[in-house]
Design a protein. Structure first.
Length: 149
């Protein structure tokens, strides 16, 4: 089964709730909006801030806000901030992975193509697009994915 981690899913929810806000938002408010626990939101914000997707302002009037507009942040950006680079199999990891079958498998080249297709698709879906109901698939067109009209 191919699926993103629970924490990446939660991170997408958190950043989605931060979209289109000019004012800072507190951890407590994010907890209210998402129904996630404070320790979970705190951990997510640490990773999102470290990856420069979210700006943090300290102090009594501090809080968080997205570092860019929602149309400039892809869901892949958020997933990678939490889980690291998108890699469907061990052999497509940027460090070469630790696959015991690499010498005899023969699928690495094709897995690289499949991984790039999925990664490209996730990079072409922005937070802005995710907020549209239903999503406009024409916004998702890319060089590796053809969507017929």
């Amino acid at each position: 089964m191919i699926r993103i981690s629970r924490m990446a899913d939660y991170a997408l929810l958190v950043v989605f709730k931060m979209c289109d806000r000019d004012e800072l938002i507190t951890l407590e408010r994010l907890c209210e909006l998402t129904t996630l626990t404070l320790p979970t939101v705190r951990k997510l914000m640490r990773s999102l801030t470290h990856s420069n997707l979210v700006l943090s302002v300290r102090g009594p009037r501090g809080g968080y806000k997205l570092s860019r507009q929602s149309a400039q942040i892809s869901i892949a950006d958020v997933i990678e901030a939490i889980d690291g680079p998108i890699a469907l199999t061990e052999c497509v990891k940027s460090d070469g992975g630790d696959c015991e079958l690499a010498d005899t498998c023969g699928l690495k080249g094709n897995w690289n193509i499949v991984n790039r297709l999925i990664s490209n698709a996730l990079h072409n879906v922005t937070l802005d697009a995710m907020g549209q109901e239903p999503m406009d698939v024409k916004q998702l067109k890319s060089t590796l994915i053809t969507i017929s009209d």
